[in-house]
Design a protein around this ligand. Structure first.
Ligand code: ADE
Length: 255
């Protein structure tokens, strides 16, 4: 998969892409990331990428021409690619959108800045606008990194263990079960016995129940999208969780 990231602060993006799983994915040829400085495509001699808003008001607005010229440049190098603008006005990012975007061969990520981006760039070039949450960053760069990181780990063969993305929090709609490692006793607190038993079926059951309890306690609204097979439902019933889960799911449907 290829990412082209358009920014006026290329240095902000460089180092997170040179560490850990992202670095390995690039080295293995599974991912290609190119960073483009929008300033290089500003036509005037001061390399202006922003200007005052028509109608007055606070702040500066990103000019449409340098943004358009940068998109045209990256498309001349490699044709195609969905243009994604990072902005607080976008669709709220979640695991489902990460999965959707991970099936694209290429994404062109545009990092907005200042008070916003000229609406005509949006209208003419942007396929999808994405927000990483209901808070305001100083620009789209950190948001672009969030997308890149969460998408890369979903690409086939990027994570060491084939099913580790499948077991993620959110991958089946709820939170993940708690995890433990050595030592078996920490500050007097012991790892649950079943996890050390070597009984894989018992471990799976414990994990399903723990995940459901965790979701009920912390993010009950997520239960609405969790699906259980009949064996799992039996297990939830045996442990007195099925009614609470069903109640949550019914509540979410009628909201
Ligand atoms: N730019 C500023 N705030 C943002 C947010 N929450 N998500 C994406 N891009 C942004």
């Amino acid at each position: 998969m290829r990412f082209d990231i358009l920014t006026i602060f290329p240095d902000l993006l460089a180092s997170p892409l040179t560490e850990g799983i992202i670095r390995r994915a690039i080295q293995d040829g599974k991912v290609e990331i190119a960073i483009h400085n929008i300033r290089d495509f500003a036509a005037d001699k001061h390399a202006m990428t922003d200007d005052r808003p028509f109608g007055g008001g606070e702040g500066m607005v990103m000019k449409p021409e340098p943004l358009a010229a940068t998109v045209q440049h990256v498309r001349e190098q490699v044709p195609g690619g969905k243009v994604v603008l990072l902005s607080p006005q976008g669709r709220t990012y979640d695991q489902a959108l990460a999965q959707e975007l991970a099936s694209e061969p290429r994404l062109i990520l545009v990092c907005g800045r200042y008070e916003g981006v000229d609406e005509r760039f949006r209208d003419h070039y942007v396929d999808l606008e994405v927000s990483i949450g209901d808070y305001i960053l100083t620009g789209g760069e950190l948001a672009a990194l969030v997308l890149v990181d969460s998408i890369i780990r979903l690409l086939p063969g990027v994570l060491g263990c084939a099913d580790s993305a499948a077991n993620d929090t959110f991958s089946r709609g709820g939170l993940k079960y708690p995890q433990y490692t050595r030592p078996r006793v920490f500050e007097g607190d012991e790892v649950p016995e079943v996890l050390c038993s070597g009984d894989h079926a018992a471990v799976s059951e414990w994990r399903l129940l723990a995940a459901v309890r965790q979701t009920l306690n912390r993010r009950p609204e997520l239960l609405a999208t969790m699906a259980f097979n009949s064996q799992e439902e039996k297990l939830l019933k045996k442990h007195g969780l099925l009614d609470a889960v069903r109640e949550r799911q019914r509540g979410a449907r009628s909201e």
